[in-house]
Design a protein around this ligand. Structure first.
Ligand code: PRP
Length: 212
């Protein structure tokens, strides 16, 4: 028997929706998938192996070929610029990237600071806007930065808007809509094209049906 296709999955909020999509596409995934601390899970019946990674690391595993495929947010793809193919918009985990700050925020030329876990994306965005800012890289709870005076603004994901609201922050600019994507290692795509095409087609069908 051939080796299973390896799929890198993002732990956290995208995970459940991605698992549901795979099950809808007819891939039998073991129950241990739903409540386990295992980082490698074999779904023998589906001939798939899953590795569970931090969302931002998924493109890295796929680029290096230790995973043939992966599920990654568009935010991660823009930030990481990895050498992988983006083959399908899974249309899950819809959200958007925005600039936010304290209400009544006014631009100032004196050393404006922006906190984000997307330093490359934020740098690029402000460059395009013709604004010079200092980017402060954080790894989470970005909304804290303007509240304690670490930065004037943040660049972060907005999903329900609840985190901004509950912390008294407001959205200042919308940057780009985000969904999760199916990504593929270019060499895997050449070597295992039939199996990867089959998986992509099955998922594409479910995405299309869910859209209707
Ligand atoms: C994300 C994002 C926002 C929040 C937005 O953080 O960075 O903080 O979710 O969601 P909302 O609009 O529905 O409130 P996440 O929970 O992934 O954790 P993090 O703060 O550690 O990045």
């Amino acid at each position: 028997m051939s080796e299973p296709l390896t799929v890198a999955m993002p732990k956290g909020r995208i995970f459940e929706e991605a698992v549901e999509l795979l099950r809808e596409a007819g891939f039998p995934l073991p129950p241990e998938f739903d409540d386990s601390r295992k980082l490698i899970v074999d779904a023998n019946e589906a001939d798939l192996r899953f590795i569970l990674a931090k969302p931002m690391d998924v493109p890295t595993y796929v680029e290096h070929g230790v995973a043939d495929l992966g599920v990654a947010g568009k935010d991660t793809m823009i930030e990481e610029e990895r050498d992988v193919y983006e083959v399908l918009d899974l249309n899950i985990s819809e959200c958007y990237l925005a600039v936010a700050g304290l209400p009544g925020y006014e631009k100032s030329d004196i050393n404006p600071k922006v906190a984000s876990k997307y330093p490359n994306l934020a740098t690029q965005y402000f460059k395009e806007q013709g604004e010079q800012v200092e980017i402060i890289k954080l790894n989470g709870s970005i909304e804290l930065a303007p509240l304690v005076g670490l930065a004037d603004r943040i660049v972060d994901i907005v999903s329900t808007g609840r985190t901004l609201r509950e912390n008294g922050l407001v959205e200042l600019e919308t940057i780009v809509p985000i969904t999760s994507r199916l990504i593929v290692n270019p060499v895997s795509y050449r070597m295992k094209d039939t199996r990867i095409d089959d998986l992509v087609e099955r998922l594409a069908k479910v995405v299309e049906e869910d859209d209707e």
